[in-house]
Write a protein that binds this ligand. Structure first.
Ligand SMILES: [Zn+2]
Ligand SMILES: [Zn+2]
Length: 638
């Protein structure tokens, strides 16, 4: 008998060799029906895996993210089988899971077109209906290489694994694929799937290699979830920030600088509203602000380690025969400021912010509007402190981050903690102290978090903040990283209580990350219907005819004096056309004025997204809207 510890802490005694599936059955017949895989001592395995020793076991279902991923990956095999049955010359390359779905790279001379999707899906349906089991077979690396001799792609896959045991999965008699697994027990566990698109992709992303076909698919645990997902995609298309940015004259791109955003004046109003808000937050949370040069001598980047670790992503220039690099990060510049004078523990924690412009050379293929750009501004900050101060500083950053996200209307966050990777610098002791400080900070705030074991940077552990937008898309925004490397590389010191010189702990933190990307996210989250405090134009005054133009201008003056961003539409258009135009520009408030309103010093207010319109005096309008702006109220309603 062996002892199995379940996630709730209970212990079951089972016969050695019992499979995970049999265990699920023993726990409950309801569970075995929905089980798709198991986690054995933290390792995801097939349900058919025997449990041979004491272990902790979790049965994985489609309700778990991991279960959904295993199902999606299994669906990639089913799609591959379907494609191979239609085009027997297909050579399979690689079929991983991605967010919301999966893809499979294939080598096939005939191009697969969207018109072929239905045919492939029909074949997939047959395979799913047949409920064929996924069966794992293992062999040594040499045996696997012999078996796949002549298949350059799969041979390459084998050569890239560290493991000496290679596994294959067969699905019925007619399909077998090299794979590490795990998979769902049988094809019928794939509930609702769809092929989404096809694109070209180089083998290993290497442009000197053959262009393959990458077929994208998605799979969900119910038909309803699939339908909801497809609807969210439709909605995302409508909210595409690249389209809205152009329509609303917020920003543009030009081939003179691929990946460099041109922010137009209306875009800058949003930008500056964010900057003003962040500066208020910096004041509240005790940050100083600095600014460091964009171009700095190449030698500095040797010292910082960027030359050795980040060179491919950097821009360089030479002036008077001296090599310079354009900064990809702000921290080395800050270290130079730190070194301009002596520091004492009494100044700590020292929180220094920089809204720094950085350049990072991304491959042209990954560019996507404001989401992936090559020049961007980070809401960067660094904290120098003592090891004892780490926990309270992390708590401060978490509070700051939450306050900022909530002001933008994001309520749905998740947090991931990444711990010591195999390759790292710094003693185990300092890693333990700092990783525990991060954990304690999260626990102190009673924040649920996921641990990414071994996923930290080589120089220290980190916490990442993810938010979900209204289309349930997850965005990694903020990060808090402890750094044991940079202060040492730059020889930064402080004088401690005992009068000795010590190296400070350095914390890198960003809350929004890239301004450009964050503004893109905001535009899509709100479909450009921005909250009042961010709207480039908060109100527009619409006289019903020329006769009311002068009253309209009086109203505008009054609103401007009260610091509202507003214009007057004095065009010769009919009032309905003026309203339609303001509506298409997503104006929060449209103030219609005519002779009646002029007499009573009032306006008829149309509120974005609200059916009824209402008449109020101008003073009343200001009395209601001014606090909305100051409090970052997300609701426009009166
Ligand atoms: Zn697989
Ligand atoms: Zn930094």
């Amino acid at each position: 008998m062996v002892k199995v510890t379940l996630p709730d802490g209970s212990i079951l005694e089972i016969a050695a060799g019992t499979t995970a599936k049999q265990l699920a059955d023993q726990i409950g017949p309801g569970l075995v029906k929905v089980a798709v895989a198991a986690k054995l001592n933290g390792q995801l395995v097939d349900l058919s895996t025997p449990i041979t020793a004491d272990a902790s076991v979790q049965i994985i279902t489609l309700k778990d993210d991991e279960g959904l991923e295993i199902m999606r990956h299994s669906c990639a095999h089913i799609m591959a089988e379907a494609i191979c049955s239609i085009w027997p010359d297909t050579k399979l390359v690689y079929g991983p899971v991605i967010e919301d779905g999966f893809y499979y790279d294939i080598d096939l001379d005939e191009p697969i077109k969207p018109a072929d999707f239905e045919r492939i899906e029909k074949k997939m349906c047959e395979i799913i209906k047949a409920d064929k089991p996924f069966i794992r077979k293992e062999m040594t690396k040499d045996e696997a290489l012999a078996k796949l001799a002549g298949d350059k792609y799969k041979t390459d896959n084998i050569n890239r694994t560290d493991s000496d045991i290679i596994s294959f999965y067969s699905c019925g008699d007619d399909f077998e694929d090299l794979c590490r697994g795990p998979h769902v027990p049988s094809t019928a566990k794939v509930a609702s799937s769809k092929i989404m698109s096809v694109a070209g992709a180089y083998w290993h992303g290497d442009p000197t290699q053959k262009m393959l076909q990458r077929i994208y698919g998605t799979a969900w645990s119910t038909k309803k979830e699939l339908d909801d997902y497809l609807q969210r995609l439709e909605e995302a298309k409508k909210r595409d920030h690249r389209r809205l940015g152009k329509q609303l004259d917020l920003f543009s791109f030009n081939e003179a600088g691929p990946g460099f955003a041109f922010i137009h004046s209306k875009g800058m109003i949003i930008w500056n509203a964010i900057v003003d808000f962040l500066r208020d937050m910096h004041d509240k949370y005790g940050y100083q602000e600095i600014k460091t040069p964009v171009i700095l001598n190449e030698q500095l980047w040797h010292k910082s380690g960027h030359w050795d670790n980040y060179k491919e992503n950097m821009y360089f220039t030479t002036v008077d025969d001296v090599g310079y690099a354009i900064k990809p990060m702000n921290c080395p510049g800050l270290c130079l400021i730190y070194k301009t004078r002596q520091h004492s523990y009494r100044e700590f924690p020292m929180r220094v912010a920089e809204l720094g412009v950085v350049h990072r050379h991304e491959a042209s293929g990954v560019m996507h509007g404001l989401f992936r750009v090559r020049q961007f501004t980070i809401d960067d900050a660094h904290i120098f402190c003592t090891p004892e101060q780490i926990e309270s500083e992390i708590i401060g950053v978490i509070e700051l981050a939450f306050e900022i996200y909530q002001a933008f209307g994001f309520e749905n966050f998740s947090i991931e903690l990444s711990t010591k990777p195999e390759k790292h610098i710094g003693s185990d002791e300092i890693w333990d102290i700092s990783t525990n400080a991060l954990k304690d900070a999260l626990e102190h705030k009673t924040i649920q978090y996921k641990i990414n074991e071994g996923d930290g940077a080589f120089y220290g552990p980190k916490i990442d903040f993810h938010i979900k937008d209204c289309l349930k898309r997850s965005w990694q925004l903020g990060t808090i990283q402890l750094d044991f490397s940079m202060p040492q590389r730059f020889g930064l010191v402080y004088t401690d209580k005992d009068n000795t010189e010590k190296t400070p702990v350095m914390i890198h933190r960003a809350v929004l990350g890239s301004f450009e990307r964050f503004i893109g996210i905001l535009i899509e989250h709100y479909g450009a219907n921005l909250p009042l405090w961010l709207a480039p134009e908060q109100a527009r005054i619409l006289p019903i005819s020329e006769k009311s133009n002068s009253y309209a201008e009086t109203v505008q003056k009054k609103l401007k004096n009260a610091q509202l961003r507003c214009t007057c539409d004095l065009s010769n258009e009919k009032i309905n056309a003026k309203i339609a135009k303001a509506h298409s520009e997503k104006l929060p408030y449209m103030l219609v004025v005519g002779p009646k309103e002029a007499q009573s010093n009032s306006t008829n207010v149309r509120i974005r997204g609200v059916q009824e319109n209402t008449t109020v005096t101008i003073d009343e309008f200001l009395r209601i809207t001014k606090p909305k702006i100051a409090d970052k109220d997300l609701s426009l309603a009166f």
